[in-house]
Design a protein around this ligand. Structure first.
Ligand SMILES: NC(=O)c1ccc[n+]([C@@H]2O[C@H](COP(=O)([O-])OP(=O)(O)OC[C@H]3O[C@@H](n4cnc5c(N)ncnc54)[C@H](OP(=O)(O)O)[C@@H]3O)[C@@H](O)[C@H]2O)c1
Length: 319
């Protein structure tokens, strides 16, 4: 069954509502064997996913290299909309240009469909207009097609957009899942008002919403989840009992997996949202794609999860 698509902001990029997150191709998540990465990318294309999200920061270029090699070997450049990111510490004007050229080389392509600022330049005091004008220059040079940001609050995004004279920002990529819904407070309403897309990262709360982890079976704390407060045993127990059991129950009712229900809930929450779950094997990517087929949760079931998730509170303070 074909996957639903949505346009990214004002662009002509039509992406499937479920994309493929490629942070997994790194030591942080452990997919460091190229053949495994290639099989995930091949499966994504086979099941109809047309959107891949990567970044320089994922494995210090490894994720981009794997994608570039796989696109070439599988002949899939034209199939995918490719999104990558420039880290927040590479945002001086010349560094933006240099980082983009490096990403192009690793990806082995002529033009990047969506170039995103991975996070604002917290530590290097780079003026907002300096890096936004560099991104606009990249569009003029034909090295990127569209500009996106990631982890930007609306005030900064508004100011970043005001630096552009010919282009506009098409998307803001932010953390958004059934457990962590802070994006609903300001970021999603701003995107809806301005016609921007929201690309939801960690849409499965790093696997918490797949139903495979329980208070007795927590994920290994050696990977990207090491500092994720959701998996702190006492926090996870509460989330599991109050929310995940309901996701599992509703999944059973629809003959879907809990991951599919968790992703569908986000897709249904706003027309601006597309999700980019990461996958460590072809089975996961195939299962996640099922969330993007044409089906929906009933209003009652959507609301049951909305209410259960709204009650969840936990602190991110560790020390
Ligand atoms: N812009 C940013 O700042 C930012 C930050 C973080 C992530 N991202 C992007 O968002 C993407 C996704 O976020 P994420 O990787 O943090 O978390 P996620 O997509 O919520 O969770 C991914 C993990 O969940 C498990 N999983 C995925 N599909 C599954 C399935 N169908 N059944 C069972 N388990 C499944 C896998 O880990 P296990 O099998 O080990 O459980 C996988 O590594 C990343 O790849 C990256 O592209 C962006």
């Amino acid at each position: 069954m074909a996957l639903e698509t949505r346009e990214l902001g004002y662009s002509d990029l039509k992406v499937t509502v479920v994309g493929l997150g490629a942070w997994q191709f790194s030591n942080a998540w452990g997919v460091t064997d190229y053949e495994v990465a290639k099989s995930i990318i091949a499966k994504a294309a086979e099941v109809g996913i047309n959107f891949i999200d990567t970044a320089e920061a994922y494995g210090s270029g490894l994720s981009e290299e794997f994608i570039g090699r796989a696109l070439k070997e599988l002949g899939l450049r034209e199939h995918f909309v490719i999104a990558t990111k420039i880290p927040g510490q590479f945002l001086a004007y010349g560094d933006v240009i240099k980082a983009a050229r490096n990403s192009l080389r690793r990806l082995g392509i002529d033009s990047i469909d969506l170039m995103q600022v991975h996070w604002p330049p917290c530590w290097h005091n780079i003026p907002t207009c300096e890096y936004m004008r560099a991104l606009e220059k990249l569009v003029q040079l034909g090295l990127i097609k569209y500009i996106g940001v990631s982890n930007f609050p609306p005030e900064l995004l508004e100011s970043a957009r005001s630096c552009l004279t010919r282009e506009d920002v098409v998307s803001n990529q932010v953390r958004y899942n059934l457990i962590e819904r802070d994006a609903e407070k300001e970021i999603i309403p701003y995107a809806e008002q301005e016609g921007l897309s929201v690309i939801a990262w960690s849409p499965l709360a790093q696997g918490a919403l797949t139903g495979k982890y329980t208070p007795q079976n927590l994920p290994p704390f050696k990977d990207a989840r090491a500092d994720n407060p959701i998996f702190k045993p006492e926090t996870f127990k509460e989330i599991y009992e109050d929310l995940i059991t309901k996701v599992v129950k509703i999944a059973g009712k629809y003959g879907k997996t809990p991951a599919q229900v968790a992703l569908r809930w986000l897709i249904q929450s706003s027309d601006t949202v597309v999700v980019i779950p990461g996958a460590k094997n072809p089975q996961q990517v195939e299962s996640n794609a099922g969330a993007g087929e044409s089906w929906s949760l009933s209003t009652d079931d959507w609301l049951e999860l909305e209410e259960a998730s709204r009650k969840i509170t936990f602190s991110r303070v560790i020390y």
